[in-house]
Write a protein that binds this ligand. Structure first.
Ligand SMILES: NC(=O)c1ccc[n+]([C@@H]2O[C@H](COP(=O)([O-])OP(=O)(O)OC[C@H]3O[C@@H](n4cnc5c(N)ncnc54)[C@H](O)[C@@H]3O)[C@@H](O)[C@H]2O)c1
Ligand SMILES: CC(C)(O)[C@@H](O)C(=O)O
Ligand SMILES: [Mg+2]
Ligand SMILES: [Mg+2]
Length: 354
């Protein structure tokens, strides 16, 4: 493993140079990788592995939209697409990619098929870390590890097709065969990771739950809404408020941050903007830090995982979720966003062709 310096701290990473695809193919040559669940991560990971020459099968409930999607993605019923139990039987590596709540329900079935020498693969530390809540306790004879892509399964697939790669973390919880390291790293490369960084199950789930509730999803929507509301209350139009809150960020400034960091983005803005941003960022940090402390505590005490399990296992979970997403979609902010998106020249070109 390579040791790299991340802002002054040495960390272990596995790069594609060190562990090329050919090595991953060699390690996985005699394995059948069963991807259980074909929701968001399932398709990204299964298709990338298939395109990377890995022997991959999908396990999914028949008569479901996900089954039909797997078929239209090229998985063949009876050959590479099976009912869940059949895939569990055939797989030597079980990629457990049901939603975290659904993993609890199916666990007794999965457990039956975890014969010695097989591997149980997760993309999250959730089930193992919160075992008191999930009841997921793997038997001793199997390898247990995770590869957690740091992004949506949709991005994992899109970036793979563009010849790029999303970063993933990896961790080993149990090495029963003595081969857990090479198996997990090979899988990490095979699913299309750009590089892999080392973690453990607990750290993965604590940081992941914090990130998605925080800056990646929850916090950013909160900050967007707060700034948009203030601009609107002061008489700015929806298009002006949206452009100044969201559109410029996603279209112009964040790509610059992604390319070369925050200081470089600042340096490519006016001195007026630089002065203001440098004066104000610490105030925002100080205002939000107590909320992040509260959030981390809520993750670490198991409150967030319990809430997720409780709400996601309700029979009307989908309807309730859709209603909440609709509320976001119907908000003035995101309705303004819809019009703004339609005005992007590239979208107008698509509309005029279709
Ligand atoms: N969504 C992401 O992009 C993402 C990113 C990183 C990690 N992860 C992790 O990957 C894992 C899979 O997440 P996901 O978002 O792809 O899952 P998902 O919510 O999309 O669900 C996956 C599949 O589970 C099936 N399913 C749901 N309930 C079921 C049940 N009771 N019995 C059988 N099948 C059932 C669905 O049909 C679907 O095909 C989770 O551990 C998640 O935390 C997800
Ligand atoms: C894509 C995310 C937010 O990184 C993932 O953690 C998830 O749970 O979907
Ligand atoms: Mg997550
Ligand atoms: Mg995540």
């Amino acid at each position: 493993m390579a040791q790299l310096n991340f802002g002054g701290t040495e960390e272990n990473v596995v790069t594609r140079d060190e562990f090329p695809l050919s090595k991953a193919q060699e390690v996985l040559r005699n394995e059948t990788v069963a991807v259980i669940g074909y929701g968001v991560q399932g398709p990204g990971q299964a298709l990338n592995q298939k395109d990377n020459g890995i022997n991959v099968i999908v396990g999914q409930r028949k008569n479901s939209k996900s089954w039909d999607k797997a078929v239209s993605d090229g998985f063949v019923p009876g050959e590479t697409l099976f009912e869940i139990e059949e895939a569990l039987e055939k797989g030597t590596i079980i990629c457990y990619l049901l939603s975290d709540a659904a993993q609890i329900e199916l666990w007794p079935t999965v457990q039956k098929h975890l014969t010695p020498g097989k591997a149980l693969y997760f993309s999250h530390g959730f089930g193992i870390t919160f075992k008191e809540q999930t009841g997921i306790l793997p038997p001793a004879g199997v390898d247990v590890f995770l590869v957690a892509p740091k992004g949506s399964g949709t991005s994992l697939r899109r970036m793979f097709l563009q010849g790029r790669g999303l970063n993933s973390s990896f961790a080993i919880f149990q090495d029963a065969t003595g081969k857990a390291w090479e198996r997990v790293v090979a899988l990490g490369i095979a699913v299309g990771s750009g590089y892999l960084f080392e973690t453990d199950f607990k750290k993965e789930v604590y940081s992941d739950l914090t990130g998605e509730r925080g800056t990646l999803m929850g916090c950013i929507q909160g900050i967007f809404a707060a700034q948009y509301d203030v601009l609107r209350s002061k008489g700015h139009t929806p298009s002006e408020a949206f452009n100044e809150t969201v559109e410029e960020l996603t279209q112009s400034l964040m790509p610059l941050v992604a390319e070369n960091g925050m200081d470089w983005m600042y340096a490519n803005c006016s001195t007026t903007a630089q002065r203001g941003a440098l004066d104000w960022w610490k105030k925002f940090r100080d205002a939000t830090k107590p909320v992040f402390e509260e959030l981390y505590e809520s993750v670490a005490t198991g409150k967030e995982s319990q809430r997720s399990i409780d709400s996601n296992s309700q029979p009307d979970y989908r309807e309730k979720l859709n209603a909440e997403l609709k509320e976001l979609r119907d908000s003035e902010l995101w309705q303004a966003g819809k019009t703004v998106r339609s005005l992007r020249p590239e979208n107008q070109a698509i509309e005029s062709i279709s």
